[in-house]
Write a protein of this length. Structure first.
Length: 262
């Protein structure tokens, strides 16, 4: 089956080409309720975050808490509030520090009742995080979706190392260490599933339901992400900045439900 990127609801800024071969064989079969496959990025200050949660109501069942809300204070308190409301939480603090500090951060994070926590894909950091996880699942951040091949060159990686190769290498090591899964752009999904199977979680940020022009360079649409093997997608600005955030979230939920109906 051939899906044109425009038919799928998005002209992406990614290197997918005008047409992408996508079937349903990689659609996740994990026992995840469809309404929890959408993770809303609550990237704002604590006051606006609480207002958004109230506005979104039952249209969002899973929240990502990132660095902006972390720096505005009461981060774990907000996480606990969401869990008490029956929501799931991804603590997206993207820890990158000496292993002992990473372990301490995860130890604190697990008190929130959150489902996932993110750590950059450095072996020793991941080992420290997994050792302290005890209830919260660790996701390895492979390569940020704001980075592309030119950024890897600027960071000093050899020209022959592609983004996909780096993602695959980091993902394999993360899974060997014991991480529950990875954070990856949708562009690497086919390679991740082909090389590493479907027994681990892949969370895909950089989802753009419309044409993309922001700082996410490696983006895909809702349908592309799931049909290529995502378990969850993270959506932020397309919902948060919409004139009716709840309606925007509900529209995405409908698209997800259509994919996962019997």
């Amino acid at each position: 089956m051939v899906y044109d990127s425009v038919q799928m609801g998005e002209r992406t800024g990614a290197v997918l080409g005008p047409e992408t071969e996508v079937g349903r064989e990689h659609l996740s079969t994990k026992r995840i309720p469809p309404e929890k496959r959408l993770i809303f990025a609550l990237d704002t200050n604590i006051g606006d975050a609480r207002h958004l949660v109230m506005t979104l109501g039952d249209s969002v069942q899973f929240y990502k808490l990132g660095l902006e809300v972390l720096m505005s204070g009461n981060y774990l308190e907000l996480a606990k509030e969401l869990v008490e409301q029956g929501k799931e939480v991804l603590l997206d603090f993207k820890s990158f520090d000496v292993p002992r500090t990473v372990a301490a951060a995860v130890r604190e994070a697990r008190q929130s009742g959150g489902t996932f926590a993110t750590v950059h894909a450095h072996d020793e950091m991941l080992k420290a995080a997994v050792a302290e996880s005890n209830g919260i699942q660790i996701l390895a951040v492979t390569v940020l979706t704001s980075l592309d091949q030119s950024d890897l060159l600027a960071l000093g990686f050899p020209a022959q190392v592609t983004v996909e190769e780096l993602v695959l290498s980091r993902a394999k090591r993360a899974l060997d260490i014991g991480c529950a899964g990875v954070i990856s752009s949708g562009l690497e999904l086919p390679a991740l599933r082909a090389d590493l199977g479907d027994k681990f979680v892949i969370v895909v940020p950089g989802i753009r339901p419309v044409e993309n022009s922001d700082d996410h360079k490696r983006t895909v649409s809702v349908e592309q992400a799931f049909l290529m093997g995502a378990d969850y997608i993270v959506v932020g600005r397309p919902i948060r900045d919409h004139n009716d955030p709840r309606a925007a979230a509900e529209a995405i939920q409908q698209r997800i439900a259509a994919l996962f109906k019997n």
